[in-house]
Design a protein around this ligand. Structure first.
Ligand SMILES: O=C1C[C@@](O)(C(=O)O)C[C@@H](O)[C@@H]1O
Length: 252
């Protein structure tokens, strides 16, 4: 199926080569802005602000002030904002209401181009966030992380398709391999899901044996890969300059 590209500021996900995202993991406003500058100099396609690392995240005013300063620092670089919950490998344990409260603040603050929304939350609240994001023109990348295992291919595909059925613009899944067969399972699921869906799919097999999945998106159908400039936000991420070269070497 031909891909329907999804525009995130000035890049298009799902068309052409896989795009590169780099996470910001700073705890304070100063650290966030400092990292943002270093990352912008490395020229990724997207910057991901992992707001679960930010110590001011439960204070709406602190978030908005830092988000505005970050937007100014990034210039025209596309910004994805992600709150990763503790159960999916994030930093902070929140109630459902607090999680959705933060998602709502992120959208209404109008400083981000895209938002990560986790699949496994209250259905009514997810639908309302998706609706709010659509009205505000914020791209929704729906996600699921399994830091312990790799589900079977059919289950990975079902999960990605469920995200799209909800109305997400992009479906993302990160899983942990226990062996190389698990990496193959993720790659096969990606290959099939990306040809069966018109929307872009993002996948990764984490850790060292999964690294191959972070450089092979063009062949198997993953639209975005996460690289590091300094700190990593998940195991197996590759420094941006190496990753850029890897993508170039593996181009079709
Ligand atoms: O969803 C993802 C993917 C990721 O977990 C990875 O494995 O590269 C890194 C996270 O920061 C991001 O939100």
């Amino acid at each position: 199926m031909s891909k329907q590209g999804v525009k995130v500021r000035n890049i298009v996900l799902g068309q052409g080569r896989p795009k590169i995202a780099v996470p910001i993991t700073g705890k304070t406003k100063a650290a966030v802005l400092q990292q943002a500058e270093e990352i912008a100099n490395a020229k990724p396609d997207i910057v991901e602000w992992r707001i679960d690392f930010f110590e001011g995240i439960t204070d709406k005013t602190a978030y908005i002030e830092t988000a505005k300063a970050l937007r100014a620092t990034l210039g025209d670089l596309a910004l994805l904002t992600t709150f990763r919950t503790k159960g999916e490998g994030g930093e902070l344990l929140l109630s459902e209401n607090d999680y959705f409260g933060i998602c709502k603040t992120v959208i209404s603050a109008q400083q981000t181009d895209a938002i990560d929304v986790e699949l496994y939350h209250d259905e009514t609240q997810i639908k309302s966030i998706l609706q709010q994001a659509k009205v505000a023109n914020v791209v929704v990348i729906m996600s699921n992380h399994d830091f312990n295992a790799t589900p079977a291919k059919a289950e990975i595909k079902t999960c990605l398709k469920k995200m799209i059925a909800y109305g997400a613009d992009v479906a993302k899944m990160a899983v942990m391999p226990q062996n190389t067969a698990d990496v193959l399972e993720l790659l096969a699921a990606t290959n099939e899901a990306s040809s069966e869906l018109t929307q872009p799919v993002i996948t990764m097999s984490m850790g060292n044996i999964g690294k191959v999945s972070r450089i092979s998106g063009e062949a198997f159908g993953s639209a975005l890969t996460f690289a590091t400039v300094g700190a990593a936000s998940a195991p197996g991420q590759i420094p941006i300059q190496n990753l850029r070269q890897d993508l170039e070497d593996l181009k079709l």
